[in-house]
Write a protein that binds this ligand. Structure first.
Ligand code: HEM
Ligand code: SF4
Length: 556
């Protein structure tokens, strides 16, 4: 794992000290809330419905056991005993007192963490495949590139006041687990003629105008990547619209100017940028890459795993749903679901965080990951330890065998916390999960991604959910619009609207009808929801959602 350099350490400490002075001036009244706002946002401190909210970056989703323990300590000492893991590999604390925030930032700095650039019109936390460095299908570990981008973009003097926020994601696998196509820039690491480089997508994003990223260049060698990225952001900084914040993201810039013009401008800007770097980026990348060397894998990792797997059905179900193939023999990647039916998706209590930290330390080479799907991952688990881990997770209420299934729902904070929300999203997620738990259908249904946002900003990724749910406000009443067929994978697709929306007390039944329609129409259990939708189109699903329309159509 990457460890801070002397420079990183001094920088993060000095930013925390600056903010302490700013908070003191706010508390003694010498700064108004309006004057304080840009200063707090530079440090990830939002003002929400009920309280301040602190958003802490987890760069490329990677945490050490000690860092996880520190997050638990912060949650317990300065918040209400829990934290919320988000779709962009951040953790949010929903209840900090302003006077405590400087101490929280110091506590984060103690474990090489910070909240810098988790807000504002800057380059935000760089996200990556949560299975990085472990996945069997990986071309290259994306984290060295992500860390290089973190260092380059942090406090970059040219890019502190971009037209709008700017999000980057990196994947090193053909299976895109980082939703790269829904980012301002998405990077997919690929090999070409023995060289490692990136396919560069630009102009993806969700929000009110969802767009899938377009390929700006098919292959940029790693040696050119940072200057190429700098050229893109520089062109966006000049061309991006500042007159209307709803048209300010790079997706609109690309849409209005056309991909060709943006490409030409970037290519023209690139040589000057490349000259400025003078190879220093490559020295940094080499030093960073060395820090991401894989752990010393245990040659006896398999142990008795097979015998236990065959003997215990509950353990087998857990392994079947929550593990993924690892590159090292006898190892597995274990996803710990933060979606126990009835719980808030993405929330973890301080005790649960400590259990996860202890398990990572004891059995998993000390590493954890956070996924955009709001779960926690132990990336390097020898299979001989899986049974002990399963038992410990069961005791902590963390053994839900539902990863990728209907109750593994992404939901944004919605009306429960967010000042921009037009509807609740957490209770909808809780009720859907509870309903399918009662129906005992979850494993029969198989892979199905439901994603819920509490307003048009789409923080809950609803556009790329197989079933997407968007909560709106219709004349003071919550109304939930359904989209179908969205996909956040390598061939990402924005879902299509499935007719009129549903009231709060109708939405769970509506989702159940959709799922029953899938079960009735699928071509056997091996055909997943999304495949059935692609084969048959929206018609049978719309008919299930709105049976009254079918009645009207028949009567006509
Ligand atoms: C609670 C305070 C939050 C506020 C005020 C907020 C605000 C926004 C806004 C205004 C947008 C739309 C940006 C645009 O279209 O230009 C957005 C997008 C987004 N936010 Fe949030 N958000 C919040 C929480 C979250 C949380 C908790 C998550 C993760 C669960 C999240 C993840 C995202 C994602 C993934 C997008 C869409 C991707 C994109 O930027 O196109 N946000 N947010
Ligand atoms: S989608 Fe809307 S309600 Fe949900 S967190 Fe984002 S801004 Fe808030």
């Amino acid at each position: 794992m990457y460890r801070y350099s002397q420079f990183d350490r001094a920088f993060v400490r000095s930013r925390a000290a600056q903010f302490r002075a700013q908070v003191a001036r706010r508390l003694d009244g010498s700064l108004t809330e309006d004057e304080f706002k840009p200063l707090r946002l530079m440090n990830g401190l939002y003002l929400q419905l009920h309280a301040y909210m602190l958003r802490v970056a987890i760069p490329y989703g990677t945490l050490s056991a000690d860092q996880m323990r520190q997050l638990a300590m912060i949650a317990e000492r300065w918040d209400k005993g829990y934290g919320h893991f988000t779709t962009r590999q951040n953790i949010q604390f929903n209840w900090p007192k302003l006077a405590d925030v400087p101490d929280i930032l110091d506590a984060l700095a103690d474990v090489e963490m910070h909240a810098i650039q988790t807000s504002g019109n800057t380059i935000r936390n760089v996200t990556a495949d949560p299975f990085a460095g472990a996945a069997a299908d990986e071309v290259a570990d994306p984290r060295p590139v992500a860390e290089l981008i973190r260092q380059w973009s942090t406090d970059h003097p040219e890019f502190q006041f971009l037209p709008r926020k700017f999000k980057l994601a990196v994947t090193g696998s053909p299976e895109d687990r980082a939703v790269t196509a829904a980012h301002d820039i998405g990077l997919r690491l690929v090999q070409q003629g023995g060289d490692l480089g990136a396919r560069v997508l630009v102009g993806g994003g969700l929000g009110r105008t969802p767009m899938i990223g377009k390929v700006l260049r098919d292959f940029v060698p790693l040696a050119d990547l940072l200057p190429y990225l700098e050229a893109i952001v520089a062109i966006y900084n000049l061309l991006g619209r500042r007159d209307n914040k709803y048209k300010a993201r790079i997706k609109i810039t690309v849409h209005e100017h056309g991909l060709e013009e943006i490409r030409d401008l970037v290519e023209a800007e690139f040589p000057a940028r490349k000259a400025l770097f003078n190879g220093i980026d490559q020295q940094m990348l080499a030093a960073i890459t060395a820090q991401f060397a894989p752990p010393a894998f245990d040659p006896e990792a398999e142990g008795n795993f097979r015998a236990w797997y065959h003997a215990d059905p509950a353990f087998r179900a857990f392994v079947d749903t929550n593990t993924a193939p690892h590159r090292a023999p006898g190892y597995t990647i274990l996803t710990v679901s933060l979606k126990a039916p009835g719980e808030t998706p993405g929330d973890a209590t301080a005790d649960q965080m400590r259990v996860l930290a202890d398990l990572a330390e004891r059995y998993g080479h000390g590493e954890l990951r956070i996924s955009h799907e709001q779960n926690v991952i132990l990336p390097h688990v020898p299979r001989r330890h899986l049974r002990a881990i399963h038992a410990a997770l069961s005791d902590a209420g963390l053994a839900s065998a539902n990863v990728g299934l209907v109750s593994d729902i992404i939901a944004c904070p919605g009306m429960d916390y967010c000042s921009l929300a037009t509807a609740r999203s957490i209770p909808v997620a809780q009720q859907i999960a509870t309903r399918f738990e009662e129906l005992k259908l979850e494993h029969d249904i198989g892979p199905l991604k439901i994603k819920i946002s509490g307003c048009i900003n789409a923080c809950g990724h609803h556009h790329v959910g197989h079933i997407g749910i968007l909560g709106l406000d219709r004349a003071g009443v919550e109304n939930y619009q359904i989209t179908l067929g969205g996909d956040g994978g390598p061939d990402a697709v924005i879902g299509e609207r499935a007719g009129p929306g549903f009231a709060y007390d109708e939405i769970v039944d509506a989702v159940e009808r959709l799922v029953h329609a899938y079960l009735a129409h699928r071509d056997g259990p091996s055909e997943a929801f999304l495949d059935t939708y692609r084969r048959l189109g929206a018609a049978p699903f719309k008919a299930a959602l709105h049976p009254e329309d079918k009645g009207r159509a028949n009567a006509a």
